[in-house]
Design a protein around this ligand. Sequence first.
Ligand code: SF4
Length: 392
Amino acid sequence: MGIPSRPPARRKEARGDFPVATCGRKTHEGEARPEHAQIRRALLNWFRANARTLPWRGTGDPYAVWVSEIMLQQTQVATVVPFYQRFMQAYPSVKSLAQSPLERVLELWSGLGYYRRARHLHEAARVIWREHGGDFPQNYAGIRALPGIGDYTAKAVLSIAFNQPHAVLDGNVARVVARLGCLRGNLHQPRFRESVEASLAQLLSRRQAGNFNQAMMELGQTICKPRRPHCSICPLAKWCAGHRSGNPEAYPLPRPRRAAQLHHLAVGLLRYGKKVAMVRGLGDGLLDDLWNFPSAFGRSSAGALENLREKLAALFGNHPDISARHGVSLQPAPLAEFQHNITFRAIRGRIYQVTPSPFTLYKGVHWFELSRLPQAAISQLARKIVQKISRL
Ligand code: SF4
């Protein structure tokens, strides 16, 4: 691991895709250094004294570790905790999850986002139940063969639940490693990623791999934050070249941001008494597992409205209650407007009243009581619309 033991004389940083320059000195990837043992000890002692109490910690149950790791992908710990607790109460074992209908799993996941994770979790539980007799696989190949489990999750489960010597690299850990050694680059650059992985592998505690990985993640989340890291209370400050450089925030390089794209969305509100019409998916292949208000995207608000008319016509085409253009009666003045972001999409939405509402169970259309929608498997966007229309 390339963690300099002396303060850098002069900062010389590589740019572009050569990230292994370290505050004035090049590292030798995989180089074992005497301070590694001290860093490991300091890190593990700090973790023992400061680890947050989290519901998935200390169970040693690979199922619990797996669920938590999947939920924590792209999601903050504080957001995950209540979802995790509800989920584990409903599904305390692989068997209970495998035997549940997907719809119920999605309902419990609703609000956590990235719903493909829930579908994969459910699929993988079925595979574990069917092909492994309910026992979580204990080797890398077996875990990687499960739906939705990549390199990171497989190593996290193997190290945390079974204490196998795998180093786990996520964004928080990469930040700590990059700052310790002044490694410059971002994780999307293969050479930078390789150098961080090599450094981390040297640092890994092979005897306490699970605790080591959790300690590194915890340090990145609570002390070595992206902005204003708390170096004054960091257990690794003594060995940290980034800290000594005076500008630890310079490491690693920020991830290049994808520019937000503006999308217009027209949403049809079809009401019948206390019920509203919902369909699966939002359009453009988005949120396909979840219930949404019938909607259509367009390059402009007028284009989205036109596309919505066509979508409704396809859904309710020949219904005698619908008579206007394309067979759909749609009030052209929007009832309300909203904004919502889904990853890089900046969505500008308008909600339109569709009248009269046909109360007919057309294929793919489901009528929900508006007051019960928040408990259904609906998207965050649909949740936002429910709040809007409840105030109308
Ligand atoms: S000393 Fe500062 S920059 Fe270095 S690992 Fe600790 S918090 Fe991060």
